[in-house]
Design a protein around this ligand. Sequence first.
Ligand SMILES: Nc1ncnc2c1ncn2[C@@H]1O[C@H](COP(=O)(O)OP(=O)(O)O)[C@@H](O)[C@H]1O
Ligand SMILES: [Mg+2]
Length: 475
Amino acid sequence: MKLKKRGKFVNSLKFRLMIALSLVGIIPGFLLKSGIIDSYEDRAVQQRSIDVSNQCKILSNQICTYGYLVEPTSEMINAEIEQLAGMYDGRLMVIDNAFKIIKDTYVLEEGKTIVSEEVIKCFKGENTTSYIKKNNYIQLTVPIIDTITKDSVGVILVSISTDSIRDSISILYQKASLLQFGMGIVILTLAFYLARVLVKPFARVSNAIEALNEGYINEKISVADYTETELISEAFNKMMSRMKVLDDSRQEFVSNVSHELKTPLTSMKVLADSLIAQEDVQAELYKEFMIDITQEIDRENKIINDLLSLVKLDKTSADLNIASVNINELLELILKRLRPIAAKSNIELIFESFRPVTAEVDEVKITLAISNLVENAIKYNIENGWVHVSLNADHKYFYIKVADSGIGIPEESVEHIYERFYRVDKSHSREIGGTGLGLSITRNAILMHRGAIKVYSKEGEGTTFTVRVPLNYIS
Ligand SMILES: Nc1ncnc2c1ncn2[C@@H]1O[C@H](COP(=O)(O)OP(=O)(O)O)[C@@H](O)[C@H]1O
Ligand SMILES: [Mg+2]
């Protein structure tokens, strides 16, 4: 059990909570890190561009003032250009209005012509700045404006390395990653503990159930930590009390059965004992006692047969043996079998059929059910009484009515007559010879066919049972 649980850890609520909590903790860290580093980079590049651009503006004024574009020999300007290029670890070119490079701090391009988009734009008075991230440099252009005519007479083209920015970013990145790693561990630990705490009430529910399984079913569990666990507890308690009801009724049934089976045995023992105790018993007395004993054996036999029928009916309805049955013929047959018993008390047995009826039923079980009803109607009747059986049907159901002129059932007993072993008047019924199982058998058989049974009775006047069964079996 424990091993199986561990094997399914990946599927557990605890594991999923842990993952969810960890993600909630770690993802914002990642976003924050890249966001902060990106914006730092943007700002650093921007700041560097502004610095360089300002320096270049000062330089461009001086270039103009010293006529450097005409005669690029000024020691001072050259020194300043070199200094500026050196300061920002970059390359600086001065271009005159013929697009000729008159000064290049790398010397390589001096004297050559440059016609690039940026330079043309710059001559039109537009400063350009572009950050070429891939090659780690910023390129910017600053126009040289003639102080008198205000015309663009040249361009300063600067490329500066952003290696220093890159370096600080990489340091920043390392630090952030380290911090994030530390945070990750803290978050994972926290998530692990939090998940454990959050899931605990569920474990408590299953532990409580487990404990109950080992102990007594009469106890209740209660885990009120969450609404959910409370609901589970309640549902479980409901199920348990249902089980208890079932268990109780089973126990009651067993004790009733034992009692009922013991009664005839006790009688037989008493009869036999009294015969043994007497000496020189007359043959007639023997015979008389033996007849009594045989009757008790018959009774015992009847109870066992009824019990077997009932147990068979208690099984699932899958055991039904459904076939198309002519109900008229079935009823005729039942009445024919019972007519001799009715004749003993001079009871008139009448069958009335309103139409021919064929239905999908289990013939044996329906016969058992209806026989019990007619048998009761004869047994609990008066001398010279009558029993009226009728059959009718509509498009969905057939209806059987068994009415009698008998002793009736007291109002307070009506709700109990379907209970196993229940008999209205124990002593009187004993004379008549019943087991109290007949109506439970009848009801079970009818319910298995998804039918219904109802009773109307008035003490001293008679009883009517009506049965309704679907014509087509509903599985
Ligand atoms: N037609 C009826 N008229 C009067 N009482 C009846 C009738 N049918 C059943 N009962 C009462 O219901 C009790 C239960 O019936 P049943 O389950 O068939 O048991 P039993 O074996 O006693 O016939 C009977 O003992 C009887 O008291
Ligand atoms: Mg009966």
